[in-house]
Design a protein around this ligand. Structure first.
Ligand SMILES: Nc1ncnc2c1ncn2[C@@H]1O[C@H](COP(=O)(O)OP(=O)(O)OP(=O)(O)O)[C@@H](O)[C@H]1O
Length: 266
């Protein structure tokens, strides 16, 4: 893939270890405007760590991370106003109503409170939550909370959206709406960088799929490119092949045997 323009994200030689274990082992990555990146890998592979480093939430790494052409260690945090983030675990202020929460988040991103409130109310309405806008978030269902999180990440019209399991808890209709929102934002030049374990969704909505395993990128390309290279049919099969995993039947068999109190080694 040839790109004339500057990358919005440029990572080179990224290494990270927390205590005794090296989590990232030399990640090199350039991401461009308009890309929808599905960043996938086994549990504990380092996906959230990569994203948190880019957000400036995790320090102590080696390597270079540039967002919008600037090294994030230079101390200029203005780039944060141009990014949105949906974490894997929602840290919503449950005792607030969505109106209070979203107006507050809008203000944090530098928006005028009234503008943030108006915009949030319209977005809530579009996701079917108009009646809940003035209700405390603590009474929301999981999917409703996820919608509030999604709105909070996009309210300020960011140029890059980072999302961890963005469709978590959403019903099939809402999934279709959100997928369409991502495609539409990407068409307008926004960049979407998300992690998910739902392979059929990743397969369908990503313009580029990056797979990490053992702290390294082991595949990077469109779904068609990955498919051609691995000669597998679905992304799930490609994932299993590239992460060297073929024991699911044995593990499931032993698991059931243990549940039932039998000897799994007979
Ligand atoms: N704050 C931390 N302190 C110590 N170790 C950590 C910390 N955060 C993550 N790790 C470790 O780093 C590794 C990568 O974690 P990370 O959350 O980045 O994985 P992930 O790919 O996002 O996983 P998942 O798919 O389960 O969400 C794991 O082994 C985890 O135990």
């Amino acid at each position: 893939m040839k790109h004339e323009e500057e990358p919005v994200i440029a990572i080179s030689g990224l290494w990270m270890n927390y205590t005794d274990r090296m989590v990232l082992r030399g990640i090199d990555l350039k991401v461009y405007r308009g890309q929808i990146i599905g960043y996938i890998g086994p549990n504990g592979a380092g996906k959230s760590t990569t994203v948190k480093i880019m957000l400036g939430l995790v320090e102590g790494y080696n390597g270079k991370v540039e967002i919008f052409g600037k090294d994030i260690t230079e101390g200029d945090v203005s780039y944060k106003r141009r990014i949105g983030y949906v974490p894997e675990v929602a840290e919503l202020y449950d005792s607030l109503t969505a109106r209070e929460y979203l107006s507050f988040v809008g203000e944090l991103y530098g928006m005028n409170r009234t503008d943030a409130d108006d915009k949030a109310e319209r977005l809530m309405g579009l996701l079917g939550l108009e009646k809940s806008y003035d209700v405390r978030i603590s009474s929301y269902s999981k999917g409703m909370k996820q919608k509030v999180l999604l709105i909070s990440s996009m309210l300020h019209d960011p140029d890059i959206l980072f999302l961890d399991e963005p469709l978590s808890g959403l019903d099939a209709n809402s999934v279709m709406v959100v997928k369409e929102i991502f495609a539409s934002l990407a068409a307008k030049g926004k960049t979407i960088f998300y992690s998910s374990h739902i392979m059929d969704v990743v397969e369908k909505i990503s313009s580029r799929i990056i797979l990490i395993n053992g702290g390294e990128i082991v595949a990077d390309g469109t779904f068609a490119q990955l498919k051609e290279k691995s000669r597998e049919g679905s992304l799930e099969e490609i994932f299993n092949q590239l992460t060297g995993f073929d024991k699911y039947r044995d593990i499931a068999g032993e698991f059931v045997a243990v549940i039932q109190g039998g000897d799994s080694h007979e």
